[in-house]
Design a protein around this ligand. Structure first.
Ligand SMILES: *Cc1c(COP(=O)(O)O)cnc(C)c1O
Length: 423
């Protein structure tokens, strides 16, 4: 067992006190503490509305439904992300269409989005992976241009026409919806704006692998009252009014149900924990950023790795610290090189485990997973950057309580293992 874990939730006496409050009050389902947690996250992110759910997965599911995504639609998702990003598209009956990523950021490559837009494309789901925002200028530009705009730009490239103005004005545009998977992105900013507040909706996760946790939990951020309203109803079986509102007014009869909704409600026990976690969010982010800077300084000279960078306009939230075991002088490795580098990364992870240090691969290439491979006939090499990230990414331990001594042990062991691993 590793004594330096990949991450560790940050619980203290305040968290313990918080979870007991709802038990003492007797109100444990979604109620005042969930509302207080929603307000705290809305304040922190600057989102007009925040609606809590049982997980980021269920938050994304409801956000897609609230945006009208359903059978016959296509939704563009990055090929390298947690499987839930694509699964929620499947849940709506729509089809996830993958786009390759940029290896410098692990995020969707905006130039690839335009190439996969079709007449059926209804939405783009950028993921702000590991706490770094995707290029939201690029995503929003494509979304605003919409389906026709992308088709025109393809035509333009093909035919080198210069009468684009006339072509554009003769066709009506249909903007694409944007649902941000901001599961990892609390504390991540792009041009000073918090992740998840650019598109129609953005969804946060409060799983223990993320920067703050409620055990399981998620939240839909949106600036659109209509989206928030739809999500609120759908998370509560489709009910027109909440249990709490009915309880307060002494209502004896059940409310009206205009949609076949779900039970995706967060409990007030989790809401209370969320409030306690949110209270120390700034401290958590500050600690993680300081530790990330220490990794950067201590590992920057190693030619075997590409460290996570932060593009201009971005503030990294460092949900995880993920590097790429791809030598700096190499561009994209060919098949044989990738196999060798992959074996080398796995060997490194094993050696670190022998030192009591936990590591993980960053996340997976979803198009390589059995379900997606067989359902859509995809091959690993269809998205070469996602494949390389799958095989070569390496997450190092990072958590706010990590001591300098612990981090130095990771750094020392990593340098030592690199030196001894075969070239
Ligand atoms: C963690 C994660 C999810 C799922 O979040 P849950 O709260 O566990 O449902 C979705 N997408 C990404 C990118 C994630 O990292």
């Amino acid at each position: 067992m590793a004594d330096i874990p990949i991450t560790k939730p940050c619980f203290d006496a305040n968290d313990r006190r918080a979870v007991l409050e709802p038990l003492d009050s007797g109100w444990v389902v979604q109620g005042p503490r969930v509302a207080a947690f929603e307000n705290a996250i809305a304040r922190f992110t600057g989102a007009r509305c925040a609606v809590a759910t049982t997980s980021c997965t269920t938050a994304l599911h409801l956000a897609l439904l609230a945006c009208g995504i359903g059978p016959g639609d296509e939704v563009i998702v990055p090929a390298f992300t947690f499987v839930a990003t694509a699964n929620v598209v499947e849940h709506t009956g729509a089809r996830p269409v993958f786009a390759d990523i940029d290896l410098d950021t692990f995020n969707i490559d905006v130039t690839r989005i335009e190439r996969v837009v079709t007449r059926k494309t209804k939405a783009i789901m950028p993921v702000h992976l590991f706490g770094l925002t995707a290029d939201m200028d690029g995503v929003m530009r494509i979304a605003r241009g919409g389906r026709l705009h992308a088709e025109q730009s393809r035509d333009r490239r093909n035919q080198c026409r210069d009468r684009e103005g006339a072509v554009e004005s003769s066709l009506s545009r249909r903007p694409l919806r944007v649902i941000e998977d901001a599961a990892c992105a609390i504390g991540a900013f792009f041009r000073g704006r918090h992740a998840g507040t650019f598109g129609d909706a953005g969804c946060l996760s409060f799983h223990p692998r993320k920067s703050i946790t409620t055990g399981e939990g998620g939240m839909v951020l949106t600036n659109k009252a209509a989206v928030a309203g739809a999500v609120r109803k759908l998370r509560d079986h489709g009910a027109e009014i909440t249990d709490l509102a009915r309880h307060k007014t002494g209502g004896l009869l059940l409310p009206e149900y205009n949609a076949a909704g779900y039970n995706y409600r967060m409990t007030d026990i989790q809401g209370a924990l969320g409030c306690a976690q949110a209270a120390k969010l700034n401290w958590i982010l500050k600690r993680k950023r300081a530790l990330a800077r220490r990794y950067e300084n201590a590992l920057g000279d190693l030619q075997e790795f590409r460290l996570p960078g932060t593009p201009a306009h971005c503030v990294h939230g460092y949900q995880s610290y993920v590097l790429l075991a791809l030598p700096r002088q190499m561009t994209l490795p060919d098949r044989r090189e990738l196999r060798l580098l992959h074996a080398r990364r796995n060997g490194l992870m094993k050696s670190l485990a022998a030192h009591g240090i936990a590591t993980r691969q960053g996340t997976h290439a979803v198009h390589c997973l059995a379900y997606y491979r067989s359902r859509y006939g995809l091959r690993p090499e269809d998205y070469p950057n996602a494949l390389a990230a799958d095989r070569l990414s390496l997450a190092l331990p990072l958590y706010p309580q990590m001591t300098i001594a612990e981090q130095d042990r990771v750094i020392r062991a990593l340098r030592e293992c690199v030196d001894t691993s075969p070239p």
